[in-house]
Write a protein that binds this ligand. Structure first.
Ligand code: CP
Length: 312
């Protein structure tokens, strides 16, 4: 594997999950693999988990991670070709990606969508520009349309916690004060489509995800009905895809409550707004897997970096 930019880069999710479990059991077993190799982490957006877990993963492999907050600290990067750069951008991606490639053996990039220009967001112009102009492998740490490190993490967490051969997994929309990206929900959906699970998405009318992502996955507009017999309830807010990025929706009827989830395990990628997305009583209960999910971010990232290092 050269780059990891999508859940579609996973050839066999079950074998990846088994490999991740082995890394979790013995995190330093490949400490020599990344010796004298550098991982560059470039953040166009905020992060707690991705920033720390990906560095931890690199350290477990013996790599040296270096981190830059591109938006705050670097020169403004121009992504358009042929532009007269007499505005706010001072450096073109052609030079930026080539330069960083000289310092790093792998580059990881986080770049959220604008949620204004659907076509531009869906073109993944930031991530794809790095893939095009860097001379080293690229890892997505969440892009405009996907969060594949999170999706892999969530698949590992479900596999570790299921007591059934084919559990029922529900992805539920939940309210939020801001219009949020679709990336986490998209990658979770793609990961579940690769697993042997009974997978259902529930969201209000007008909030269906991109049909090219959901494909044949059932979509139910009645949350209570979708939650019936659920083993795992994965919750996330996302903005409208049809009325692109426009609608924030704070409808409290979609908030996750202890009564609604019953015995199901609760999952969320974090950060989560308490008592907006989900009640305290759910997050503070034994049913919540959110801290375990965050822990698994390290092993998902470690597996991805390992596979790339084995290939360079
Ligand atoms: N889940 C996740 O990606 O967390 P951060 O945004 O804090 O990295």
């Amino acid at each position: 594997m050269k780059n990891y930019t999508s859940i579609n880069d996973i050839d066999n999710i079950n074998s990846w999950i088994e490999e991740a479990k082995l890394l979790k059991a013995n995190p330093l077993k490949d400490i020599e693999l990344g010796k004298n190799k550098t991982l560059g982490l470039l953040f166009f957006n905020s992060s707690l988990r991705t920033r720390l877990s990906t560095q931890k993963a690199a350290l477990n492999l013996g790599m040296d991670p270096i981190v830059m907050n591109v938006s705050g600290d670097a020169w403004g990067i121009e992504f358009e070709d042929g532009t007269v750069m007499n505005g706010n951008t001072a450096e073109h991606i052609k030079e930026a990606a080539a330069v960083v490639s000289q310092y790093c053996d792998i580059i990881a990039v986080r770049a959220f969508p604008s949620l204004i220009d659907k076509e531009k967001d869906e073109s993944e112009h930031v991530l794809k520009s790095f893939v095009k102009f860097a001379s080293v492998p690229i890892v997505s740490m969440e892009s405009a349309t996907g969060h594949p490190l999170q999706g892999l993490t969530d698949a590992i967490t479900i596999a570790e916690n299921t007591t059934k051969k084919k559990p029922k997994v529900v992805l539920s929309w939940a309210p939020h004060v801001k219009a949020l990206p679709h990336a986490v929900a998209n990658s979770f959906t793609q990961a579940m489509q690769k697993m042997d699970v009974d997978f259902v998405i529930t969201n209000p009318e007008g909030y269906n995800l991109n049909p090219e992502i959901t494909k044949n996955t059932p979509i139910c507009h009645h949350q209570e009905e979708a939650f019936k017999d659920a083993d795992f309830i994965y919750t996330k807010n996302w903005s409208s895809y049809d009325d692109y990025g426009k609608k924030a929706n704070t409808d409290p009827n979609w908030m996750i409550t202890k009564k609604k989830i019953g015995a199901a395990k609760f999952m969320h990628c974090l950060p989560v707004r308490r008592n907006v997305i989900v009640e305290d009583t759910v997050l503070d209960s034994d049913n919540s897997l959110v801290i375990e999910q965050a822990n698994n971010r390290t092993y998902a990232a470690q597996l991805v970096l390992k596979k790339i290092l084995e290939n360079v």
